[in-house]
Design a protein around this ligand. Structure first.
Ligand SMILES: Nc1ncnc2c1ncn2[C@@H]1O[C@H](COP(=O)(O)OP(=O)(O)OP(=O)(O)O)[C@@H](O)[C@H]1O
Ligand SMILES: [Mg+2]
Length: 263
């Protein structure tokens, strides 16, 4: 279970806090959607949990607990271990997240090299099976390819394989389908749903697209200016948004009928 308690993030270069005291919980096996306008602090929240914020450029306050272990105040060695093995991260642009000069298979297995004592052959086996788990068929061939040889959808599957290879309890997904076309987007969502169902991986799913959130997430939190302004059951929030801000977000979505069922 992930618990964020009163998290504050302030960049030294800014007057206003990027994250201004948010609290949220993701129970085991749940997918929480995180939505809100650009600059509201969604990515900074995810980066805080992932341990990826530049610590020298900002000040963090509060608690981030993963199964009770404090991710915010742990020492470096403990942190590396916790983050690398327990939290997987997938970002929007698979192409820029990958090293263009490194074979896809090696990149998918990178976390194993850092966090386990498996030898090269064992790592390779794990990579091939992770690739199959994300429906990259013919994993032997894909293993040898370079990122530019794969389509956007395949690359994003490879990123997801890399994120689940250490069998993390939690996946942080920051607009993982935004750069993909609609058909591929639907396939990736289905894949995430399956990983959640079959492996019980919990997820923080950041998106601008409330329709997408609605398909994947039972609960959702809405951020505005570094704070969570509304949170709860996704359907409830869709049909009965309490805050004017949430209402505007919902109204901004095309093709959603807010009375009775899906568009
Ligand atoms: N490294 C940084 N240094 C200074 N300010 C930053 C840094 N990273 C983010 N910010 C600021 O923190 C605030 C929150 O940014 P964040 O990236 O979390 O927004 P977001 O909700 O993810 O937006 P988007 O939907 O556009 O991705 C913004 O004001 C942003 O400019
Ligand atoms: Mg962002």
């Amino acid at each position: 279970m992930l618990e964020i308690r009163d998290l504050h993030v302030k960049f030294h270069s800014r007057d206003r806090e990027a994250v201004a005291g948010i609290s949220l919980t993701i129970p085991d096996g749940e997918i929480l959607g995180l939505v809100g306008e650009s600059g509201s602090g969604k990515s900074v929240t995810a980066m805080s949990v992932a341990g990826l914020l530049p610590r020298k450029q900002c000040q963090l306050r509060g608690e981030i607990l993963l199964d009770g272990a404090d991710l915010l105040h742990a020492d470096r060695a403990a942190l590396r271990k916790l983050h690398g093995a327990r939290v997987g991260v997938v970002f929007q642009e698979p192409m820029s997240a990958m090293d263009p000069l490194m074979r896809v298979g090696e990149q998918v297995g990178e976390a194993l090299r850092i966090h386990t004592k498996l030898d090269a052959e064992q790592r390779r086996e794990r990579v091939l099976s992770a690739m199959l788990a994300v429906e990259l068929n013919d994993p032997e061939a894909i293993y040898r390819k370079y990122p530019h040889e794969l389509s956007g959808g395949m690359l994003q599957r490879a990123m997801i394989a890399a994120a689940i290879i250490t069998e993390p309890a939690l996946l942080l997904l920051d607009e993982p389908t935004t750069a993909l076309d609609v058909t591929i987007q639907a396939q990736i969502l289905e894949l995430l749903r399956r990983l959640n169902r079959e492996r019980g991986i919990s997820m923080l799913f950041i998106s601008h697209n409330l329709n997408v959130v609605r398909k994947l997430c039972r609960s959702v939190a809405v951020m505005q200016r570094g704070q969570i302004v509304e949170a709860g059951d996704t359907e409830e929030l869709f049909f009965h948004p309490r805050r004017p801000y949430t209402r505007r977000l919902v109204e901004a979505i095309p093709r959603v009928r807010r009375k009775g069922g899906a568009a």
